[in-house]
Design a protein around this ligand. Structure first.
Ligand code: AMP
Ligand code: MG
Length: 351
């Protein structure tokens, strides 16, 4: 099992950070907290170190990684051009849950970008991540610290459960505050395109950029961003997502539970606080993500809720949708992928 070292989220111990940075510099792997989810980090300019990330995760080499920097000034050294838009977005949203995709410089190893001519870069808003990157004096390549295609980790224990036998060290600063991954914005296309909705809401980007395109293709085959594979962020338990206005969703949840329970299924429900009363007396395990309107809480608890239900030995998880506003879009994206595209739409769509 990996060593879990406790670290103060706001004021990380410089000795521990220096020790951890030395592991990165020596080509090792370290799991560390960011404001989105826990990352599995290695020296992003050392191809052999980066290869160890892919091995530990069981991640295909066709799935590129994000480089994490501690200062916007580190960006020009990694990318060929600095469009004024990139400068403005970095100024507005860094540090924060926004990843920018830009044409790469040769210094960025091909293994990081899966051979793509572009590189994904972000500056995380977590004191531990920033201190580690600064001390390592190199961009840190870091995907989420989970086995490939599984649910992302929002606590050190999640990392231990998934990767404990494959890595040496986990820095534990408590649960991650945002709980879903960064928004990936491709600036190498003629129109800025959200490849993956995430912790920075689309509305915040559109306030700066005007309307942005969103990559929606759910098909298998070549993808601009492998987080876009139809099945990703997934629990082991089969899952269905119900989408629609809340009253109709609640009616559909009751109906589905009744039908599947009659077939002998052991069912888990991933729902909102407002749904709970109507689900009383149903033969189900329940994980409540939060109040419908409190999307920050819903996003923060999403992966914990999925993991909790996944550990119960159930045969089916039924989740409800939380809309497409703000963080709801990222939550919907992760739920749809966790459900492998098994989505039931009910009632009138208002979107
Ligand atoms: P993860 O760090 O596991 O959350 O995944 C990183 C996300 O960033 C994935 O969706 C990647 O496909 C995406 N990404 C990384 N590099 C690139 C790139 N050069 N072009 C497009 N997407 C990328
Ligand atoms: Mg991931």
């Amino acid at each position: 099992m990996a060593h879990i070292r406790l670290v103060d989220a706001r004021n990380p111990d410089p000795h521990l950070i220096a020790e951890t940075a030395a592991i990165i510099r020596a080509g090792g792997l370290v799991a560390f907290p960011t404001e989105t989810v826990y990352g599995l980090g290695a020296d992003g300019l050392n191809p052999a170190a980066v290869a160890r990330i892919f091995e530990a995760k069981g991640r295909p080499f066709t799935d590129p990684l994000i480089l994490h920097i501690a200062d916007p000034q580190a960006l020009p050294a990694l990318v060929l051009e600095m469009p004024p838009l990139a400068l403005e977005l970095a100024h507005r949203f860094w540090p924060g849950p926004l990843t920018l995709v830009l044409p790469k410089r040769p210094v960025v190893p091909d293994i990081v970008t899966a051979g793509l001519p572009t590189v994904a870069v972000r500056m995380p808003a977590h004191p531990v991540a920033l201190a580690l990157i600064r001390a390592a004096q190199t961009p840190i390549a870091a995907p989420s610290a989970n086995r490939f295609a599984r649910t992302s980790p929002t606590t050190a224990q999640h990392v231990q459960d998934d990767l404990g036998d494959r890595i040496d060290l986990i820095l534990d600063a408590g649960p991650t505050p945002i709980g879903v991954e960064s928004t990936v914005l491709d600036l190498s296309r003629p129109v800025p395109t959200i490849l993956r909705p995430g912790g920075l809401p689309r509305e915040a980007l559109e306030a700066v950029l005007g309307p942005v395109a969103i990559w929606t293709q759910m098909a298998e085959g070549p993808q601009p961003s492998p987080g876009l594979l139809p099945k990703h962020y997934a629990p082991q338990t089969p899952m269905i997502l119900v989408v629609g206005p809340p009253p109709q969703m609640r009616a559909a949840l009751r109906e589905l539970v009744t039908r599947y329970a009659a077939q002998g299924h052991r069912i888990g429900l991933l729902i909102a606080e407002e749904d709970r009363a109507e689900m009383a007396n149903l033969p189900v395990e329940i994980a409540v993500l939060g109040p419908e309107e409190d999307l920050e809480t819903v996003a923060r608890r999403l992966y914990e809720g999925l993991r909790k239900l996944d550990a119960r030995g159930l045969s089916l998880i039924i989740a409800r949708d939380f809309g497409a506003q703000g963080l709801g879009l990222a939550v919907r994206d992760r739920l749809m992928r966790a459900a492998g595209g098994s989505v039931i739409t009910v009632g009138e769509s208002d979107e």
